[in-house]
Design a protein around this ligand. Structure first.
Ligand code: SF4
Length: 579
């Protein structure tokens, strides 16, 4: 049977073929992608081996079924109709003003749209912005789209990305296509895919960086985008590149963290800049990416990442969603077995280097994402703009784009700290940038508490949240500032609404996780459990629970008490909460 069918013809034929093939699903053959779905069964009636870009996924699913294990509903949904093949159907749904819900909500996430009901009867769209850097005209374009199709605002996320909310059923596809017109995309930004590629936000302008991460993040971004076989993994997958700059990229919270390191002479490997490979980060499950002892030549990062993902595709769990991230495969196999499989996939040995061969990473600065900082280019600066929990109105976005074009180098650099940098600002223009940022209700300075405040979407926009994370996080910072409490050391407060931990509560000096707090006999109110002592990078540490069931309205006072206690008892500003 020819494979040259239009998507509509394919759907028609798929229905026909599925009627004939009663074994659909149990063989793990048809339906997952265009190519395998339309292969003729051999005359022998023996199951045909899957082929085409979805083959490795189909084989992995079939293996679980042969072992008598039940695939998760999401796996079955992917097999029955690959989400990319559903695009025309989603366009039809948009014309009919219908949202994609349930398993179609899962499928449409492959296109970057999330149906966020019942909290909001709307789509949220998450973009992809490699290394978190986009041009000012693109930023303005996203503002225009958010005004036309969304709620008139956007959020900077903890993956240095943008999200736009309150997009109607009729407008989801128009929004996604509008992004493509801007040279942006949301493809693969949700569901079981490789997510937005993060990198050092000051790449190329940072006085201390070892590696400019931009070309590597860009290469990986386009590598993913143009290879269908890298979509539909057992679970979501995060990759980050840290260039050892002044602002932490949090690469150790990713499934793959490429860490720029300087190798010393005398250890049998060429000295100079390499990537050190860390694997298995997922802080919501209390694990940082762990050093593998492997180092990777800079120009081989994409090849190695590709091999890692392909091993994960073949061997990752597809039956239990809570245990299907890379960490669990590493736990089951151990690092050596996993790395052997990666070497087999690569057809080459990985290079190992002893820990002593690696020079210590230059220190990051926990306040370098806010305010004015000199670039490596003499006479130029980046200006970190503080955003209220990542939120920006369209008008603010347009004004920032204009500031960047008129007074900076035309780049807008998003950070994992839910804020942005305007780069390339000449010394003579700094005061004007600060004035114009203040004019639109934003700031280029912030107290240490506000600068380190991170919150997930919370109950205003996410059905999983037990509390209004952004609202209560803002209350905390306002309360601390109003109380005149000056914390003279960087402090990270991370508020997350549920165990998915989008705001990474386990790495905050103080972490909050949403909870329904019992009041009276059978009532509950919004609140949090509070944790303390998390950290990242050189201070990596998983926060431990300190107090449970704090009502949301009481959190600010409890945090104030914790901060006062820390300030009173510490031996000096260098002593962190973790200590
Ligand atoms: Fe939603 Fe939970 Fe993520 Fe917060 S952490 S945005 S509540 S899924």
């Amino acid at each position: 049977m020819s494979q040259d069918f239009s998507p509509d013809q394919k759907r028609y034929l798929e229905g026909f073929v599925s009627g004939v093939q009663a074994v659909r699903g149990s063989r793990g053959l048809p339906g997952f992608g265009g190519a395998p779905a339309f292969q003729t069964q051999p005359a022998t009636n023996a199951p045909a081996a899957p082929s085409g870009p979805d083959a490795a996924h189909l084989e992995a699913m079939a293996r679980f079924e042969r072992e008598g294990r039940k695939l998760s509903p999401q796996e079955i949904a992917k097999r029955e109709e690959h989400p990319f093949d559903a695009y025309a159907r989603f366009k039809t749904m948009a014309k009919e003003n219908r949202f994609a819900k349930q398993l179609d909500d899962f499928r449409i996430r492959f296109h970057g749209l999330f149906y966020v009901g019942p909290t909001q009867d709307a789509y949220m769209c998450r973009l992809r912005i490699h290394n978190g850097i986009l041009r000012a005209w693109q930023f303005r374009g996203v503002a225009d789209l958010a005004r036309q199709y969304g709620g008139g605002y956007s959020h900077v996320t903890t993956r240095a990305n943008l999200q736009v909310r309150e997009i109607g059923a009729a407008d989801g596809i128009s929004f996604v296509e509008g992004l493509v017109d801007l040279g942006l995309t949301s493809k693969g930004a949700g569901a079981d895919n490789i997510r937005n590629v993060t990198g050092t936000p000051t790449a190329g302008i940072d006085p201390q960086e070892l590696v400019d991460t931009r070309p590597y993040a860009k290469e990986w971004h386009h590598h993913i985008l143009n290879d269908r076989s890298l979509y539909g993994l057992p679970r979501k997958f995060n990759v980050a590149f840290d260039g050892a700059g002044r602002i932490a990229a949090l690469e150790d919270t990713n499934d793959i963290g490429f860490q720029a390191v300087e190798l010393r002479d005398g250890f049998g490997v060429a000295p100079g800049a390499w990537w050190r490979l860390a694997l298995g980060g997922i802080t919501g499950h209390k694990d940082f990416a762990r050093d593998t002892g492997v180092i990777v030549p800079l120009d081989q990062a994409v090849r190695v990442a590709d091999a890692i993902v392909r091993v994960f595709i073949r061997a990752g769990d597809r039956t239990e969603r809570t245990r299907s991230r890379l960490k669990y495969l590493l736990d089951a196999w151990g690092f050596e077995k996993f790395l052997e499989a990666v070497e087999a996939e690569l057809g080459a040995e990985l290079t190992r280097a002893p820990a002593g061969a690696v020079a210590p990473r230059p220190e990051s600065d926990r306040m370098a994402h806010i305010g004015v900082h000199p670039q490596r280019q003499a006479g130029h600066n980046w200006v970190g703009v503080a955003l209220p929990l990542g939120r920006l109105t369209c008008e603010q976005m347009r004004a920032l784009a204009a500031i960047s074009e008129e007074l900076g180098d035309g780049d807008i650099r998003l950070t994992v700290w839910q804020n942005l940098l305007i780069s390339g600002v000449r010394d003579a223009c700094v005061a004007e940038v600060e004035r114009r940022v203040a004019e639109i209700g934003l700031a280029t300075s912030a107290s240490n508490v506000r600068a380190g405040l991170v919150a997930c979407t919370g109950s205003r926009g996410c059905k999983f949240s037990a509390a209004d994370t952004k609202g209560y996080a803002d209350q905390i910072a306002t309360h601390i500032d109003a109380a005149g409490l000056v914390v003279d050391t960087p402090i990270n407060i991370h508020a997350t609404g549920c165990h998915n931990s989008c705001a990474q509560h386990y790495i905050g000096d103080i972490g909050l996780i949403g909870a329904r707090v019992p009041v009276g006999e059978d009532d509950t109110v919004e609140g949090f459990h509070l944790l303390v002592g998390g950290g990242f990078g050189g201070d990596a540490s998983i926060a431990r629970e300190l107090v449970r069931d704090v009502k949301g309205e009481d959190c600010a006072a409890v945090v104030e008490k914790m901060l006062r206690g820390y300030l009173a008892r510490r031996s000096g500003p260098e002593e962190t909460f973790a200590a």
